[in-house]
Design a protein around this ligand. Structure first.
Ligand code: G3P
Ligand code: MG
Length: 370
């Protein structure tokens, strides 16, 4: 069905296979493209239009930028046409929570991760996002060990604006930051890996445990100290549970899951209670509901999906998620990222198919469909 040289999915009726591609460890490692990733993309896209020949989404636990920016970057890297609607980032489902927190007037939402995360939250419709870097900067005595470099902060936010897209950059304006930093925080969204664990653990603890839901303030030593709260009043969300993720170096790096473990351990030590939080990102079911929704949207009249091949490198995220997502999902584990070595399959989260890399994954999927 898919073997025609330039056959577009629009010309195929009946059952078509669909694909959900993980990015890190499948298509790229750090900033470097994987050769098999390039070939896999070539096999599934029309060489003239750059459009996918089958329903296809990119499902990553990465984030820290908009879906629009990620689509542009993937398009450039692989010389294909990726649309924003094909991108599901770890924090994509968080956008559904904007109305809930916008309804609480005169409250901010804290965005932990790179500074750009505040702009992503504004793009999702949150009215008062502020990044942990900016909040820490406004309360420097609360995070006494962190370094704040004016020039670097300016460069960081400029770099975050990919493709000259400066929409929602108002969240970095000095006046906006002054106002927002004084509003109590209504919820905390950990949207990407923290670049300063000490700062972010301190800020989150303060916000969750102070009456004002703000970083600890400078006080007059003659005024009695307000005790920390006995209960958590601020909602906490994490976007990505990955403990490790692969980049260019030999061994995988700590991910947002490792930061969450550190934060929860410190919070438990301080309060003797567990931090209550909600988790997004693979392998959570919400990400896979979004995959099915987006892929179905890409179908042409007369088409249905035969199987969704979810290709990933991390058994605990990609394979577990796909295995739990419904019988149309087929988990495909590659050996170019987290999962390496001689084992035939992962023992905790065995995949339906194990192949060396992304190109073999595509070939095997198409072979099964013929
Ligand atoms: O930080 C991103 C990493 O945890 C995983 O990304 O594309 O492999 O889901 P990905
Ligand atoms: Mg991966």
């Amino acid at each position: 069905k898919l073997s025609g040289p330039r056959e577009s999915s629009a010309l195929v009726t009946g059952q078509v296979p669909a694909f959900a591609f993980d990015i890190d460890g499948v298509l790229q490692r750090g900033g470097s493209k994987l050769a098999a990733g390039i070939e896999a993309m070539r096999a599934l896209h029309d060489s003239e239009t750059g459009l996918p020949r089958v329903p296809l989404v990119f499902l990553t636990n990465g984030g820290g930028h908009t879906e629009h920016a990620r689509a542009q970057k993937l398009s450039r890297m692989f010389d294909i046409q990726v649309r924003e609607e094909q991108i599901i980032l770890s924090h994509t489902p968080m956008r559904n929570l904007a109305p809930k927190y916008n309804a609480l007037k005169d409250k901010s939402v804290l965005c932990v991760g790179r500074r750009e995360c505040a702009r992503v939250a504004a793009y999702y419709g949150f009215e008062r996002p502020i990044s942990s870097e900016d909040l820490g900067f406004m309360y420097q005595s609360s995070t006494p060990l962190s370094q704040y470099d004016e020039q670097k902060r300016r460069i960081n936010s400029e770099q975050g604006i990919i493709g000259n897209d400066d929409a929602f950059a108002h969240v970095f304006a000095p006046e906006y930051l002054r106002e927002t930093a004084n509003l109590g925080v209504a919820s905390i969204f950990v949207m990407h890996d923290s670049a300063d664990w000490g700062r972010d653990i301190q800020l989150i603890s303060d916000i969750v445990l102070t009456e004002e839901s703000l970083p600890s303030r400078l006080v007059d030593p003659s005024v009695p100290v307000t005790p920390l709260l006995g209960e958590q009043r601020v909602d906490v969300y994490f976007s990505n549970p990955d403990f490790i993720w692969p980049n260019e170096v030999q061994h995988p790096r700590y991910g947002q899951g490792a930061f969450r473990i550190a934060l929860c351990a410190v919070y438990r030590e301080l309060t003797r209670r567990e931090l209550v939080y909600e988790q997004f990102g693979k392998p959570q079911a919400i990400q896979y509901r979004e995959v099915t929704r987006r892929l179905t949207h890409q179908l042409c009249r007369g088409q249905t999906i035969s199987h969704i091949y979810a290709i990933g490198d991390n058994p605990a995220a990609d394979v577990r998620g796909a295995n739990g997502a419904g019988k149309e999902f087929v988990s495909v584990l590659v050996r170019t990222g987290c999962f390496q070595g001689d084992d035939e399959n992962d023992s905790n989260d065995p995949a339906h198919i194990v192949v060396p890399d992304a190109l073999h994954a595509v070939r095997e999927a198409l072979r099964r469909e013929l």
